[in-house]
Design a protein around this ligand. Structure first.
Ligand code: SF4
Length: 347
């Protein structure tokens, strides 16, 4: 079986026609790649359309305030991607005259652009023969060639890169990379791949050895950390309190309600009798109007368990007088909020 020829032939007949595939503009290719990291195509597409409409060029994105970029990003999660996007747009304007570097090597020096994204831009926009291997690529290559080296080790990555470099056709590097992505999304999927209709099955190691589910091999599972968030939706007259997250942590730059975070689940009585609660409210009279159900929110390496307390206060607690904005709830839409907070507001 000629892997490359079969894959390209399949791609010619079945390629997905998505808006970012109809362009050779490196800015739009980059935008789509960043949006689609950790995001399904169906979810990412409207964001891509909104971003390209609002910021048609890298100059437009660079000139926008970060808050506006974060607001447009709202709902996609992984906000560091949006911050890097904005930073890199400014870097391209300031250091490269608004033109994307044309080589994989130089693209790699830009913030938030890793080997995969750099290879995608270099091959799609500039036809550089450099393989872009994402989860789809690792899965297909490991299954077809029976590569049992773990894909999450530096040696594994090196071996896969060497194999892909042998396979990528110098005349069609962009098509080859696109084909890997599409084939991994439509045929050689993580669960229940369509082996019976797969054009590569005659030469596929995993199919022949009935071991498809064993590939790709991974060396370890990253531990998932549990965090317990108690959000305080504090109402004073017709206003609520929010603050910007500035810590080097999840959701940097986004806004949230006053928060008590704990290492373990804490019942209401204990939370309200605790030091953190006292530090926030002091002796201010308050009424807890409602305690939400716990909302579980999954991030890549963290599981958040959040409970929202709706609290009325008759005067502003001293601790909320500095560092917090006191705004009408109607204006919350004007701020970039984490998805977890918008889930609560929607309810
Ligand atoms: S035969 Fe199955 S496992 Fe092998 S490449 Fe095709 S879809 Fe993937």
């Amino acid at each position: 079986m000629d892997f490359t020829a079969e894959l390209l032939e399949w791609h010619r007949a079945h390629r997905r026609r998505l808006p970012w595939k109809q362009t050779g503009d490196p800015y739009k290719i980059w935008l789509s790649e960043i949006i689609l990291q950790q995001t399904r195509v169906e979810q990412g597409e409207p964001y891509y359309l909104r971003f390209t409409e609002r910021f048609p060029t890298v100059q437009d994105l660079a000139a926008a305030p970060l808050d506006e970029v974060l607001r447009l990003w709202q709902g996609l999660g992984y906000y560091s991607r949006a911050r890097h996007l904005h930073h890199t747009a400014q870097q391209i304007v300031a250091e490269h005259g608004g033109r994307f570097p044309r080589s994989h090597k130089i693209l790699l020096k830009l913030k938030g652009i890793g080997p995969y994204t750099a290879a995608a831009i270099a091959s799609f926009a500039f036809n550089e023969a450099v393989p872009a291997i994402d989860g789809n690529g690792y899965r297909i290559l490991s299954r077809v060639f029976g590569m049992d080296e773990p894909v999450d080790t530096s040696n594994g990555k090196k071996l896969f890169a060497e194999l892909a470099e042998e396979l990528i056709p110098p005349a069609y590097p962009g098509d080859f990379n696109q084909a890997l992505m599409d084939f991994g999304s439509l045929v050689c999927t993580p669960a229940r791949p369509l082996c019976d209709e797969c054009p590569l099955s005659s030469g596929c190691y995993a199919f022949a050895h009935k071991s498809v589910e064993k590939f790709p091999v991974k060396s370890k599972r990253t531990a998932v950390r549990a965090r317990y968030f108690y959000y305080l939706f504090v109402r004073h007259k017709n206003s609520v309190f929010i603050r910007k997250r500035t810590e080097k942590d999840i959701w940097q730059g986004l806004y949230e309600f006053p928060l008590i975070e704990t290492e373990e689940r804490v019942p209401s009585g204990k939370l309200m009798a605790g030091e953190k609660w006292a530090a926030l409210f002091g002796n201010v009279p308050l009424k807890v109007c409602r305690v939400s159900e716990e909302i579980k929110h999954q991030l890549t390496h963290q599981t958040l368990y959040a409970t929202f307390y709706t609290i009325d206060v008759s005067k502003i607690p001293p601790a909320l007088q500095t560092g917090y904005l006191n705004i009408s709830p109607d204006l919350l839409d004007n701020y970039s909020l984490p998805r977890l907070v918008t889930i609560f507001l929607e309810k």
